[in-house]
Design a binder for this molecule. Structure first.
Ligand code: ADP
Length: 670
């Protein structure tokens, strides 16, 4: 590939340079290896041969032994006479030794139980020999024994260090990770030296949320403006919304704009396996924050500690999380509104939060950060397209229209993927095709070019997806279709149809029924066309079943059950008993089955009456693999429903304005 770049970290800014670290573990390892190998070496330098006492006695009898040394009362070193060393039996044993070392000795060595017993034995053997002719021996009792030292001290050393490393691991490595710092808060601090560079300009869309948090910036900059009128500055602000919608980004922007220190941490940072640590960390965090006031504390994923107390508790479970939460509540109550500390927290599950946390005086404000609508998506695209080199055919409005349901993080991902795809094809600029591939990739995962799929399977997938498309097209309340693909991919195994969900919060019974029919469209098409069904409809069926049960038992949309909801927002995760009788359970099951059967029959009838259109779409899919709304319009005409959706109005506006230059094009620098 042409962009095979230099791997030298000095030239390539993408490759991080190795930072010098305090690698004392490496030094320790080197030291240990050094000690072991030197011991080995010293042992080799005087390679005495181990023998038994019996053999020694034989040598003694043969007159080969010059003298012996009894070392540390544990073993005996044997030195041979020069004549003996010339004997072939010894020569052979010492063949590998240099003549110098050979002369020096000791040559043999053997262990003894005790020096007294050995000396007695020696006397016994030599009892017939006159005393002055007997074997010379000397004793040496304080010779250092390296291997002994190594094993005793080394073992202790390993024990101490093993314990030390274990402690470090348990308490998290790095500065402040030692056992003594376990109760210290783990918040990352961004202040004057370590500035947050995000500003409100980096946050696209989210206008209302931005307005709310802009006020917080103002509180921190001019507190007197509010307190003079007797108002109290809010203590906390909860950002609520699905993952990837820019909650962290918004909090960072607040810090960047306010120019005050910013503590950032996640709810799970409080959680540790030791009792009382969470609470200690909360106290430490607030202590640090008060020292740095005015400042902002940002707690991401606050649901990790803020779950309602007593909920989801197994009998006998540890209530450490509750202690942490209590301590947070106490601390939030404890600091005055004029202390200049504002807590921002983010969660995507406000429903599980403890109500005490949400009451005014703690998190007074809740800001909802939703998934962006089509206009929001366009704005987010514009932010993320800015640093990219784009070709002229890139139409931001079309991109926004083709990414329904995408959160900001996914849009950022699409832009990055598009750049990578274009680079892979050695393009100078990123074009619309790259963006389309990137969107497919973000929705469905990696394209599996070599996934073996038989022509017969492909036909089934094509008709299945065409069934969804036709059902969606001819059902008034279903979501309009954006795109159908039958390219095999990683996540969406064989194909997928992408719809534009309406930007709405209330659904009527008709809408839910149409939605169910559309979801069943795939299986119904297989049934109508091939007369047999496949396992490809698993996720559709799962969705339909959930919808049907919700309609009957939660939303009160069934005549027989009536306006009753068995949903319990305060329900514990571990509550197993059902809030209704066996008879009602049976009724619910029967009604759900009836509902799904009716929807399936309705879908089948629709597809039979639109058999020709189904064929057209399936054939087009088989030849093109990916088709868009415009292709469907071309093949089977416009949707037969008069009212124009906001989406259609928007995309029509886009086709008129499609020549409007993207401001991002102006940017040349990467
Ligand atoms: P959350 O905290 O809600 O899970 P993040 O704030 O971490 O999400 O968002 C992840 C990334 O998504 C951001 O770093 C940013 O690149 C992108 N992003 C999300 N929302 C927006 C937005 N409104 N404007 C611009 N970029 C966004």
């Amino acid at each position: 590939m042409a962009n095979n770049q230099d791997n030298n970290p000095k030239k390539n800014p993408l490759i991080p340079r190795p930072t010098p670290k305090n690698n004392y573990q490496i030094w320790l390892l080197i030291l240990i290896i050094g000690v072991v190998s030197s011991l080995y070496y010293f042992n080799r330098a005087t390679p005495t041969i181990n023998i038994t006492q019996k053999r020694f006695e034989k040598m003694l009898a043969a007159g080969d032994v010059k003298n012996i040394v009894i070392v540390n009362k544990r073993f005996v070193e044997v030195y041979l006479t020069v004549e003996a060393l010339n004997k072939p039996e010894y020569r052979e044993e010492f063949a590998h030794r240099s003549p110098m070392a050979l002369m020096q000795g000791p040559h043999y060595k053997f262990n003894i139980a005790s020096d007294e017993k050995f000396l007695n034995d020696l006397d016994e053997i030599q009892k017939d020999i006159p005393r002055d002719k007997r074997l010379e021996f000397s004793t040496e009792n304080d010779r250092p024994d390296f291997s002994n030292i190594f094993w005793t001290w080394g073992f202790l050393f390993f024990l101490v260090f093993g314990f030390y490393f274990l402690m470090r691991r348990m308490t998290g490595a790095g500065p402040g990770g030692q056992i003594f710092n376990i109760g210290k808060s783990r918040a990352a601090l961004f202040d004057a030296e370590n500035k947050v560079k995000v500003t409100f300009a980096d946050v696209a869309g989210l206008d209302e949320a931005k307005q709310e948090v802009e006020e917080i910036v103002d509180f921190l900059k001019n507190p007197t403006k509010y307190t003079n009128l007797g108002g109290k500055i809010p203590k906390g602000c909860l950002l609520v919304g699905p993952p990837g919608t820019g909650k962290t980004l918004l909090a960072k922007a607040v810090a960047g704009e306010a120019g005050v220190p910013f503590f950032s941490l996640s709810g799970s940072d409080f959680v540790e396996m030791f009792v009382g640590v969470g609470a200690a960390r909360v106290r430490d965090l607030f202590k640090q924050a008060k020292e740095k006031a005015p400042c902002i504390v940002f707690i991401d994923e606050i649901d990790a500690i803020g779950r309602s107390r007593g909920r989801g508790m197994m009998p006998g479970a540890n209530d450490e999380r509750e202690n942490t939460l209590n301590s947070l509540l106490v601390e939030m109550d404890g600091f005055g509104t004029d202390s200049g500390v504002i807590i921002l927290a983010a969660t995507n599950r406000p429903d599980v939060l403890d109500s005490a946390l949400l009451r005014p005086g703690r998190f007074d404000r809740q800001i909802s950060v939703d998934k962006p609508d089509i206009i929001g998506r366009e704005a987010i695209f514009r932010v993320h397209l800015k640093p990219l080199k784009l070709s002229d055919d890139v139409d931001v409005k079309k991109l926004a229209a083709q990414t329904p349901g995408f959160a900001g993080a996914e849009i950022a991902n699409v832009c990055n993927e598009a750049a990578l795809i274009a680079a892979r094809h050695d393009k100078k600029k990123i074009d619309m095709k790259d963006f389309q591939d990137a969107i497919d990739r973000v929705i469905g995962g990696l394209e599996k070019k070599n996934k073996i799929i038989s022509p017969e399977e492909k036909r089934i997938v094509a008709y299945h997806e065409a069934g969804h498309a036709i059902a969606g097209w001819f059902l008034e309340h279903a979501d309009p279709l954006v795109k159908v693909s039958i390219v095999p991919r990683g996540v969406a195994a064989l194909g997928y149809a992408q719809y534009l969900p309406k930007e709405q919060f209330l659904y009527t019974t008709e809408q839910l029924l149409d939605e169910m029919c559309m979801t069943l469209g795939g299986r119904a098409a297989e049934d109508v066309v091939f007369g047999k069904i496949s396992t490809g409809a698993l996720s559709d069926l799962e969705r339909v079943t959930k919808m049907a049960y919700s309609m009957v038992s939660i939303y009160g949309m069934n005549e027989k059950i009536g306006n009753i909801s068995f949903y319990d927002s305060k329900r514990s995760d571990y509550m197993f008993e059902k809030p209704y009788s066996e008879a009602t359970a049976k009724l619910i099951d029967d009604e759900v089955k009836k509902l799904v059967d009716q929807a399936y029959q309705r879908t089948k009838n629709l597809l039979i009456s639109k058999r020709h259109e189904l064929e057209l779409i399936a054939q087009e899919l088989l030849s093109k693999e990916i088709i868009f709304q415009s292709d469907i319009e071309r093949l089977i005409g416009k949707r037969p429903f008069a009212h124009q959706t906001a989406y259609e109005a928007y995309t029509q506006g886009s086709s008129q304005n499609s020549k409007e230059p993207v401001p991002a094009n102006e940017s040349k620098e990467q």
